[in-house]
Design a protein around this ligand. Structure first.
Ligand code: SF4
Length: 307
């Protein structure tokens, strides 16, 4: 089938089945173009809850589809690629959190939304990179806090809020490649550019970066907002390369340069036009959350969405 035929079949199936496609900014460009809604983790979670649809095809990674299924248990949530995991989410399990809770019964577990439903079921409140600072600031001042699983985002939160937090030693293998040296090298090549950096990056708590007036630390939606509102014409983008598709589409007169073309999440690229079409056609692969953890896993997401 040609690309155009696949797109037409996907559009027809969406109409016939009252289905929508949600895609993350890191997904393949063709998939982004066929999506009804494109967003970061927080935006997609909210959309999954409010969308008037019977079926959601979630072109992202598994933990995101799980979050959508938790928020919308009455909808059928499908993932086009069964193998779409996440190095961050897969690096921690609920046991580590349960042990910490047993040792710190009054402590608060804050989980980045990039975690499995099982981990969320041991969590008090979730956050995303878009709301991490406000969630942390809103916690009781004297609370003992355990932040899981991303040490880079956790360090960034500490640097910006001054909150004391114990950090789990996990990371996103994609963003952990973004070092201070890499950023400074690119800044030397493009001295006029603003540098927009995702806080999962290894350099996210380095004062050399944080104190540089041309460097900005943002969630993906923050990166998009800064790029469209800024009068600058050139930007170095230090996050997953899929984000460049949307940036270039929305800002035709501006130049976007990846900090490195190696910042690629292969899990995110597993959803293709073919697999989205097959997911819709065969209504596979449905995400199911075991009922023994569904309620507990939803609670920290609800706590986050109510903030
Ligand atoms: S970019 Fe990193 S955190 Fe995001 S899905 Fe890929 S591995 Fe997970």
């Amino acid at each position: 089938m040609t690309k155009q035929e696949l797109v037409e079949k996907i559009q027809a199936l969406k109409k016939e089945k009252n289905a929508i496609v949600l895609a993350h900014y890191y997904s393949d460009a063709d998939v982004q173009d066929v999506a009804d809604f494109l967003g970061d983790s927080l935006e997609l979670s909210r959309k999954a809850g409010t969308a008037d649809a019977d079926i959601i095809v979630f072109a992202g990674v598994h933990f995101m589809a799980e979050t959508a299924a938790l928020i919308s248990p009455q909808k059928k949530v499908l993932v086009p690629a069964l193998g779409a995991g996440c190095t961050l989410a897969d690096g921690v399990n609920g046991e580590a959190l349960a042990e910490w809770k047993a040792a710190n019964p009054d402590g608060i577990v804050v989980s980045y939304v990039n975690t499995t439903a099982e981990v969320k079921s041991h969590t008090d409140i979730c956050c995303t990179s878009a709301n991490a600072l406000s969630i942390a600031k809103g916690l009781p001042e004297d609370a003992k806090i355990f932040f899981v699983p991303d040490r880079n985002l956790g360090s960034y939160i500490i640097s910006q809020t001054g909150r004391k937090m114990e950090l789990y030693n996990g990371c996103c293998k994609v963003h952990d490649q973004v070092t201070t040296e890499m950023v400074l090298d690119m800044m030397a090549k493009y001295p006029e550019a603003d540098v927009l950096i995702h806080p999962e990056s290894k350099c996210s708590n380095d004062p050399v970066i944080l104190e540089n007036p041309n460097c900005y630390m943002y969630s993906t939606s923050g990166i998009l907002r800064h790029a469209s509102e800024s009068s600058k014409k050139q930007f170095i983008i230090a996050t997953e390369v899929g984000t460049l598709h949307k940036l270039r589409k929305d800002n035709p007169g501006k130049e976007f340069i990846p900090v490195s073309d190696k910042i690629v999440c292969h899990y995110m690229k597993l959803s293709t036009l073919e697999s989205v079409y097959e997911a819709l056609r065969d209504e596979k692969f449905e995400v199911k959350i075991h009922e023994s953890i569904a309620g507990k896993a939803l609670a920290p997401i609800t706590a986050m969405l109510q903030k």
